[in-house]
Design a protein. Structure first.
Length: 306
């Protein structure tokens, strides 16, 4: 009996050690503050990634909310300079992670800098796809970080919370034969003007289709494909108090595209339910501000697609 119990305990321990959550977490000793978000940016951009945004959040935190819990809190976004284009050309919904987020944070009383980034499995789950390109991008992210910070401790977040709601929110606008370029210009104008009244800001814009068309080995399947980086300061500030690792989801990447063989514009983004599930956001204030952002975001998209 003792041998059987011992075997069960060993198996349980093995499973626990192998369990992986949705986020890669890195810890880097940074007592003297020598490692800055710019160093993290350089680690990625010098190893196959293109910069989206590098947004320092402490200044806006203290300006709007009069305090901050962090020495460092930065939202970094990047996309893979090679694989991202191939991925979105195969799977339109993949654009909600192009660029992808890297959370960078260090609390006031800490000597450790933290990085958080989504795993390939988490992206696959959210997108509803399985493709080795996601694993290749993940491998290059990890390689870039560990190359620049060889003493970084790597772990995974705890298992994600169950979530039955759709992980990507998506809407469509039927064009009924309208000119694609004219429709794009009008759609983007309405989209951009719709976000501001709800407190959303757009720190970056990426013309993915332009980048795809520059590739000699890829023929774009789109008339246009752009992504917006969109964030709301209140959301980031409130969630960061209990779950700073959720910064891997911010800014939110919103895709807008039209496939060449379709008569519609598609717009979508990763729902806030991912924050709640993958980053274990359970604080009531954080949940409320996330759900309000989801509601406001959807109202904008509904308005521009009606």
């Amino acid at each position: 009996m003792k041998k059987v119990l011992g075997l069960i305990v060993a198996l349980v321990c093995a499973v626990s050690l192998q369990a992986k959550g949705d986020l890669h977490l890195f810890e880097i000793a940074n007592k003297d503050g020598a490692i800055t978000p710019l160093e993290v940016e350089k680690a990625l951009t010098s190893n196959g990634f293109t910069l989206g945004v590098n947004s320092e959040m402490n200044y806006p935190f203290t300006k709007q909310f009069k305090d901050t819990d962090f020495k460092i809190f930065t939202l970094l976004t990047v996309h893979h300079s090679t694989y991202a284009h191939e991925l979105v050309n195969k799977y339109p919904q993949a654009g909600v992670f192009i660029p992808m987020g890297v959370g960078i944070y260090q609390k006031l009383n800490e000597n450790t800098l933290h990085l958080s980034v989504l795993t390939a499995d988490a992206q696959a789950k959210i997108l509803g796809i399985e493709d080795e390109l996601l694993s290749k991008i993940e491998a290059d992210v990890i390689a870039a970080i560990t190359k620049r910070f060889p003493n970084a401790k790597h772990s995974y977040s705890e298992d994600s919370l169950k979530e039955a709601r759709s992980l990507v929110t998506q809407y469509e606008l039927k064009l009924n034969g309208a000119d694609a370029d004219d429709a794009k210009d009008e759609f983007e104008m309405m989209l951009e003007s719709g976000f501001e009244p709800h407190g959303f800001v757009m720190p970056a814009y990426l013309d993915l289709n332009e980048e795809i068309n520059e590739k000699e080995d890829i023929e774009s399947v789109y008339d246009f494909y752009v992504t917006y980086s969109i964030c709301k300061l209140e959301v980031i500030y409130t969630v960061a108090k209990s779950r700073p690792e959720a910064a891997a989801f911010a800014p939110c990447t919103t895709m807008v595209y039209k496939k060449s063989d379709e008569d519609k514009i598609v717009v979508g983004f990763p729902a806030v339910y991912n924050w709640m599930s993958s980053a274990h956001v359970q604080d009531q204030d954080a949940k409320e501000v996330l759900l309000k952002a989801q509601q406001d975001f959807e109202s904008v998209l509904k308005n521009v697609t009606e």
